[in-house]
Design a protein around this ligand. Sequence first.
Ligand code: GDP
Ligand code: MN
Length: 380
Amino acid sequence: MKLQEYQSKRIFARYGVPIPNGEVATTPAAARDIAARLGGTVVIKSQVLVGGRGKAGGVKLAHSPEEAEKVAGQILGMDIKGLTVRKVLIDEGADIQDEIYLGLVLDRMQRRIIMMGSSEGGVEIEAVAAETPEKIVKISIDPFLGLRSYQANELAYGIGIPKPLVRQFTKIAIDLYNAFVGSDASLAEINPLVVTPDGLLGVDGKMVLDDNALYRHPDLAEMRDLDEEDPFEQEARRFGLSYVKLDGEIGCMVNGAGLAMATMDLTKLFGGSPANFLDIGGGATADKVAAALRIILSDKNVKAVLFNIFGGITRGDEVAKGIVAALAEIKPDLPMIARIVGTNEKEGRAILADANMITATTLAEAAQKAVAAAHGELTA
Ligand code: GDP
Ligand code: MN
């Protein structure tokens, strides 16, 4: 789950990271009131879940409450990379002398959390990595020891933090690490961490939380912003489906994550490409299958749908009935290919064949048929 800037910064602040005073507004009038309360120059920042808002015109300064109202009016409702701005953050303006990057990510290959720093803050770190990778310093953190202050010092010297700020930088690095671990995050980033006459200040924040750990953080789970989420991802979550959209043309509906990955692999092997990962989990009831099918078909790139079902505890004929009921409800006009194995597989296949689906016995056969159907070389 991605968090908005204002949410990320509030979490950072709980762990001790200095951030500007600020509040969120949804109307220009509210922005004006907040600016009046904060006094002086404020920065009006669009709250959307994408980077590069500054360049897109979604981060602007205002020097009076009147100007704050006007600028908020321009930014609210703006379209930034396909997302509509519904909230703005009004922060006290910072006197920026320099911009630094500080971030944490999980490196799955090393099985460690990595802290990254760069003197090139304020621009997207991907751009720094592509153009001047030598300006990124990385520290690998031992999960049992945590981030040690000598490592944070090394990072500070590596990116040229001015000497009088090293102590504060080291503390912020450790605070950010604690925020990352304490929230079960997969990413935590301050970009930029700015140098001001009063020391360092985190003016932008970004956090991604691990969905599988959210049950441990009911307070963080509540931060989910339904306005900002893809409606089909919301629907998937509501039905307990694991859905990841991809770029291919073959929709995949599979019960089991490992089986879903194997299905995607075989689809590729036979020259197709999967449109999604989708694990419908156990107990594939008709309404769950129907929800999954609606989600798959919402993707206009899909040319064929491949069902790969293992009938274990849920019997094959039960799943087949669920699929038929879902098809009756949705009436898709794309080729549907199904492979069912396990308990009552014959009965299951018979039910699907009756419903005009293309059936297969092995996964290889199913994948080949799905690829052929997607390329218009096979019809039911
Ligand atoms: P992003 O473009 O989505 O990463 O949004 P940021 O919050 O990082 O803002 C983009 C840029 O706006 C920053 O790199 C700063 O240069 C500038 N900026 C942000 N807040 C302030 C502020 O309070 N004062 C000033 N002068 N500039 C700011
Ligand atoms: Mn930024």
